[in-house]
Design a protein around this ligand. Structure first.
Ligand SMILES: Nc1ncnc2c1ncn2[C@@H]1O[C@H](COP(=O)(O)OP(=O)(O)OP(=O)(O)O)[C@@H](O)[C@H]1O
Ligand SMILES: O=C(O)c1ccc[n+]([C@@H]2O[C@H](COP(=O)([O-])O)[C@@H](O)[C@H]2O)c1
Length: 208
């Protein structure tokens, strides 16, 4: 059985934090592939044009043969719910043990997702520590255990493990804000992504 991970997100834009998390998951869990899935209509966020986000993902991931960008959410109308992503990808990749890569901030909200308790037990969760107020690894574990408890109360099970990544402060919102203020984002995204943002004038006061 192959081991594949979904890395879902808005990726508005993709940054080095995302790439570090995905690389760590590949090596820590011995995955065959990480499938990057940009949400077309993120359940709880506004985002730049889907096509721009996709191209930036493709540029940033093209040098790693174990990375694939899936457009599976493009075909679906309405909100891009994670459970639908997993169901649709399972049909494309039979005989697969599924993992879901996620930052701690997003994992914390899993019990409130659309059919979140059901989704919780359909894959194993690979959780990247993320600053939610300066916590340590022990605090990250505590947050994960609280999520596990909430899922168990609804009579579902969940398997999770923390990814061994350092806390990386970069976020897409910081990058968007820096762009609005015409500051450099050179250390925060791959050069191909920085160049794409500049060429298409994304995240400026006069976007394309
Ligand atoms: N620096 C980071 N460290 C760990 N996980 C991250 C990091 N940045 C993003 N993630 C995780 O990657 C997934 C996709 O994130 P997303 O595309 O929304 O980026 P973001 O930086 O969180 O965006 P925004 O700042 O707009 O909220 C989420 O699970 C998120 O928690
Ligand atoms: O399915 C849901 O209800 C749901 C609600 C919020 C977030 N998610 C998932 O959480 C991941 C991170 O999402 P985002 O929007 O913070 O980039 C991504 O895989 C989304 O599909 C999913």
């Amino acid at each position: 059985m192959q081991r594949l991970a979904i890395f879902g997100g808005t990726f508005d834009p993709i940054h080095w934090g995302h790439l570090l998390v995905a690389e760590t998951a590949l090596s820590q869990v011995h995955l065959e592939q990480v499938i990057w899935v940009p949400s077309r209509h993120p359940p709880h966020k506004q985002a730049a044009l889907f096509e721009h986000r996709v191209v930036m993902l493709q540029l940033a991931t093209r040098n790693n043969a174990a990375f694939t960008v899936s457009l599976i959410d493009r075909e679906r109308s309405g909100r891009s719910y994670a459970i639908n992503t997993l169901i649709d990808l399972s049909a494309c990749y039979p005989n697969t043990h599924w993992y879901w890569i996620i930052g701690l901030d997003a994992f914390q909200t899993l019990p409130r997702w659309y059919r979140g308790h059901e989704l919780a037990q359909m894959c194993d969760w690979l959780i990247a520590p993320r600053l939610l107020g300066g916590e340590t690894i022990a605090q990250s574990e505590l947050i994960c255990k609280q999520v596990e408890e909430q899922v168990r109360k609804q009579s579902h099970t969940i398997n999770w493990q923390l990814l061994n990544t350092p806390l990386v402060k970069v976020s897409s919102s910081i990058i968007r804000e820096l762009c609005y203020q015409s500051h450099s984002i050179i250390d925060l995204v791959p050069e191909s992504v920085r160049s794409y943002i500049a060429t298409h004038n994304l995240y400026s006061h006069n976007p394309e």
